[in-house]
Design a protein around this ligand. Sequence first.
Ligand SMILES: [Mg+2]
Length: 246
Amino acid sequence: MCGKCSLMNPKTAEWVSKRVGSDADRLGTSGFVVLCDFDGTITSFDTAEFILRQFAQGDWEKYDRMLDEGRISLEECMIRQFELVHVPEQVIIDELEKAASIRPNFSDLVHFCNRNGTPFFVVSAGLDFVINYYLDKMELRPLVRMHSGTSYFDGKKIRFTFPRLVNLEAKSFKDDLVVTYQRQGRKVVYIGDGLSDLVASRQADIRFAVSGMRLERTLREEGLACAPFEDFAEVQQKLNRLLNCQ
Ligand SMILES: [Mg+2]
C-alpha cells in the first residue's frame, strides 16, 4: 500500500500494478472512474427537493419516508414525487437560477480528471434537464458523462424513466454503475452527500462525502472510511495523490 495514500486499501494497490483494461481508450487510462452525485454535492443544496417544495401538488414527502423505510426504490420515489409537479422545464430552470449555486472548484475537478485519463460521471436521480443546464453553463458537457434518469414535461406532469439495471443484485442505478465498472477492473471513486448515495458509496473503492451531511455521518457510523469535503479542491488534492501513487 502506498504510504502517501491513506484512501487506498491494499487490494487497490495490488490491482493498480495489474491494471490495463481492454477498453482503456474508451474509459480513460488512469484505471479510476469518478462517479459524482449532483444534488447537494455538485450544487449547494438539493435542487430536486427545492423544486418539490416550490411546485409539487400533494404529499411528496411521504415517498421520502417510504424510501427511508426501504418500501420503495430510489427510482420509484422520484417517479412518484415528480408526477406531482405540473409545470414545464423552463419554469423550473428559471426558479432554480435564482437560488442554486455550484460548489467551489467543481469545474477544476472535471478538467483535472479529463487531463488525467479519468472518466467523470454525474450519477443523479434528479432532473437531467436541470443537470444539463448547469453543465452547459459551465461548458462541461463534453467532459462529463451522465448516468441519470430521463425526465420531461408531458404537458401535464414531469415524467421520468431510469437506466435499466445491469447487475441483478443492484439496489439502484447508482450502485449498479459502481459494480459495472468494478467488474471491468476499474477502481471507483464515489462522491456524494445523502442517503440515496449510501449503497453506491458502500460499494465504491474510494469515498468522498460532503462534510456534516447524512452520507458522511452514516458511513462513519458503519465504520467505513470516507474523506469529508466542502470544496472540490479538497477532492482534487486527494485524487492527485491517489493517481500519483501508481
Ligand atoms: Mg445528493
